[in-house]
Write a protein that binds this ligand. Structure first.
Ligand SMILES: NC(=O)c1ccc[n+]([C@@H]2O[C@H](COP(=O)([O-])OP(=O)(O)OC[C@H]3O[C@@H](n4cnc5c(N)ncnc54)[C@H](O)[C@@H]3O)[C@@H](O)[C@H]2O)c1
Length: 256
């Protein structure tokens, strides 16, 4: 497909399903040297073979490392697994969840569970990756998965939008903190992407057709299109891009 990730070791969280799976597969198709895919379970939500098997079939060395990103030590172990291939060059903190019970009255327990994955999990992963990149003197790239919900608010996703807005400012702040070491940090803000998460998220699933009609390109996005955006940010083609939140939304947030 392309060779823009030639020689890079890529680590992706939440990579069993949906967007994370597509990011990992696309990284392999864009020439990555090795992939480390991680998730809480290896089974894809949409069915089919596990991501690692699909990537190995492309001839790219791949490990699956079971990781709950909300646990700091598991992020450290995930990144440590990349040492086998010489260390991580591109770390993608993609794992994220939505809630059945989001909104102004979001229950405390659900709120904390969501923040533990969507915010703590992203920070712990980025920290582990940055530590290894610095130790190995690598000018790596860290990509954090935000959302259009982190750029504009919505009453049905109070906790989710808060977490994704936090991810965008995390990317900007980490870009400043890690830039002197040559490490770039960016966020990707997908619009409505056709995944199980979109089709099952209460409130969002019912709104998907409305979003599609308002999207200038008049269609939902495909997970592979997020994979291509992440491949660009992970590659040297974006060598002067850091602290940026890249919308990949068919133009949805460009219009009212
Ligand atoms: N689908 C969309 O339209 C859309 C839009 C904007 C942003 N996003 C974001 O993209 C990312 C991926 O979403 P998706 O649509 O592919 O969803 P998905 O549910 O298909 O995939 C999410 C993956 O994350 C994993 N995961 C959940 N909790 C985890 C944990 N604690 N540790 C590790 N992995 C965990 C799940 O097992 C799953 O495989 C999320 O961060 C989501 O917020 C999605």
């Amino acid at each position: 497909m392309s060779n823009i990730l030639n020689g890079k070791v890529v680590v992706v969280t939440g990579a069993s399903s949906g967007i994370g799976r597509a990011i990992a597969l696309r990284a392999a198709e864009h020439g990555a040297r090795a992939l480390i895919v991680s998730d809480v379970t290896e089974t894809p939500r949409e069915g089919g073979e596990p991501t690692a098997e699909a990537i190995r079939a492309l001839g790219v060395p791949t490990l699956f490392v079971k990781t709950d990103v909300s646990k700091r030590a598991e992020n450290d172990a995930l990144v440590a697994a990349a040492a086998e291939f010489g260390g991580v060059d591109v770390f993608v903190a993609n794992a994220g969840i939505t809630l059945r019970t989001d909104g102004a009255e979001v229950p405390e327990e659900d709120y904390r569970r969501l923040m533990a994955v969507n915010l703590d999990g992203v920070l712990f992963g980025a920290q582990a990756a940055a530590r290894q990149m610095k130790a190995k003197g690598k000018a790596g790239s860290i990509v954090l998965m935000a959302s259009m919900g982190g750029l504009v608010g919505a009453g049905i996703t109070v906790a989710y939008s808060t977490s994704k807005g936090g991810v965008i400012l995390m990317a900007k702040s980490l870009a400043d903190a890690l830039g002197p070491d040559g490490i770039r940090v960016n966020a990707v803000a997908p619009g409505t992407i056709d995944t199980v998460l979109l089709r099952t998220a209460p409130g969002i699933a019912e709104s998907a057709e409305g979003f599609r009609q308002r999207t200038p390109l008049r269609r939902l996005g495909q997970p592979s299109e997020i994979g291509d955006a992440v491949a660009y940010l992970g590659s040297d083609l974006s060598s002067y891009v850091t602290g940026h939140a890249l919308s990949v939304d068919g133009g949805l947030l460009a219009v009212i």
